[in-house]
Design a protein around this ligand. Structure first.
Ligand SMILES: *Cc1c(COP(=O)(O)O)cnc(C)c1O
Length: 375
């Protein structure tokens, strides 16, 4: 959270203006500042990352089948079902944990209208391959970029990719507005449509040109966002520093790290480690908890096991989801706490590496990380 004083300075003016919601000055300023910070032409601030997905699906008129990933937060799949569409799962890449683009074509049927993929932990999907497939089959692409604040791919914000990108500014995300989210598109017509849909379908004072919903956000949330935006550079830097320290400390551990997509400036949003077995993951989680360290099984379970979808076996995803753990990572984490977390894991003899160089790309990541470490 930002300093209470900083937040209060914005709140004082809300009391003066008595303007709480409906595209108030703070919400508008936040939109402008986010576009500026992320170098985007368009962005709409909305209620949350789930509504952002629903708005995108609706605005793109997706129906029938939507190809999607089983390795994401539940909202990626539930939004598809909520909009009356059928999720068709395609398994993930075992190293990046993103949808395996080489398996998408085989899942396309005459009913397929779109692809919704998640940039898992802020690591870009194979956006170039997905774009090619989408163009060949005339499909729309939505990226769930809820983890992606600050990630850049080929020198552009990852939010620029896909017909629509959605993101979340939930309190647990790298940049947050308590609750909040955004939809991003490069298409001005689509932007206009989503702006109207966001506000009940109002296209004038007493006119409705679209079916709409209430997807607006409010001044208090925008105030939180403006405060946090003032510190986001520092937050990104600190996370990178902590992430690189984790990599170096845990390099001797028999776990695998997420392989990052090439040409990526990563935002270091999460630090997942993949164990060789589910038992080892459980044992480590328990050991960490005994030291009051709370890791999270994220994402677990595989979304293809949800009770309201056709359950299909996704061997790679099922395996990754059962063995993955995200370690604590937040910008106020101290180096001594991080060291303590690593020591708890390193003490475990069962986690000695059996397979040499288990972590893909690890040497390279550690090397590039060394530049940033002064201690
Ligand atoms: C957080 C998250 C969401 C949902 O965002 P909310 O703002 O909480 O509604 C959707 N997808 C992913 C991948 C997320 O991590």
């Amino acid at each position: 959270m930002p300093a209470e004083k900083e937040f209060k300075s914005y709140v004082k003016n809300i009391w003066k203006r008595q303007w709480l919601t409906n595209h108030g000055p703070l919400a508008n300023t936040l939109e402008l500042k986010l576009k500026e910070y992320l170098s985007l032409d368009h962005l709409l601030y909305v209620t949350n990352g789930t509504i952002a997905l629903q708005l995108a699906i609706k605005a793109l008129n997706l129906n029938g089948e939507i190809i999607t990933t089983p390795f994401s937060f539940v909202a990626t799949t539930s939004s598809i079902v909520w909009q009356g569409c059928k999720p068709v799962f395609v398994d993930i890449n075992p190293d990046t944990y993103n949808i395996d683009a080489t398996k998408i074509e085989a899942a396309i049927t005459p009913q397929t209208t779109g692809i919704i993929a998640t940039h898992v932990f802020g690591n870009p999907c194979d956006v170039d391959a997905i774009k090619q497939i989408a163009e060949k089959y005339n499909l729309k692409v939505i990226y769930d970029a809820a983890h992606c604040f600050g990630t850049r791919y080929k020198n552009r914000s990852i939010f620029e990719f896909g017909d629509v990108s959605t993101t979340s500014f939930h309190a647990t995300k790298l940049f947050h507005t308590v609750e909040g989210g955004a939809v991003i598109t490069k298409d001005p017509e689509l932007l206009k449509k989503m702006a109207i849909m966001r506000s009940f379908g109002y296209s004038g004072t007493d006119t409705f040109s679209e079916l709409g919903i209430n997807a607006k956000n409010c001044e208090l949330h925008a105030a939180m966002g403006l405060c946090n935006l003032n510190h986001v550079d520092e937050i990104l830097q600190k996370r990178k520093y902590l992430y690189q320290h984790y990599l170096i400390r845990l390099n001797r551990l028999g776990v695998k790290f997420q392989a990052l997509q090439g040409y990526t400036d990563y935002n270091h949003a999460y630090f997942p480690i993949l164990f060789e077995s589910e038992e080892l993951m459980h044992a480590s989680k328990t050991k960490l908890e005994l030291s009051q360290i709370y890791s999270r099984r994220y994402f677990y379970p595989s979304l293809s096991a949800l009770p309201y979808v056709d359950n299909v076996s996704m061997p790679v995803c099922d395996s990754v989801a059962s063995r993955i753990l995200c370690l604590p990572l937040y910008h106020t984490l101290t180096l001594s706490d991080l060291d303590f977390i690593c020591r708890v894991l390193l003490k475990d003899k069962n986690l000695k590496p059996k397979i040499k160089n288990f972590g893909v790309l690890i040497a390279e990541q550690v090397e590039s990380g060394l530049d940033h470490i002064s201690a």
